[in-house]
Design a protein around this ligand. Sequence first.
Ligand code: HEM
Length: 110
Amino acid sequence: MGTISSGNNVRHYQFVTHRHPGFWDNPDIFDPERFSTERSTGRHSYAYFPFGGGRRQCIGKNLALMEIHLSLAMLLQRFHFDLQPGWHVKMDPELSLRLKDGLWMYLKSV
Ligand code: HEM
């Protein structure tokens, strides 16, 4: 265990922590059930912090979570999404995780 001197800055990377095998089983696999109550029990509360944490946090967190749920529910009722063949998804981990060059998809009415 190292020592952090007074006045030093500590940067806590979401990208690394959100994929850390010490917190997550198969961290690179899409597995939304990993957030179920049963499977989250005992996990460190800062293993997942997409909106920051502690005294500095995203003030739009609740709005963002509500918008995401509503948008996804409405879109998935109406469309089927397919990634454009050959499209390579490029991640752009900044303050929050983004995609470089977007996500090119075909939408079909359900
Ligand atoms: C999925 C969507 C979003 C994510 C992942 C996200 C994530 C973040 C993160 C990581 C921070 C930095 C916290 C820190 O300083 O450590 C932040 C700050 C902030 N976010 Fe968000 N955010 C999202 C949506 C929104 C929305 C919808 C709004 C406004 C309607 C918003 C407004 C802000 C503001 C104003 C700050 C600066 C707060 C401060 O510096 O005190 N965000 N956000």
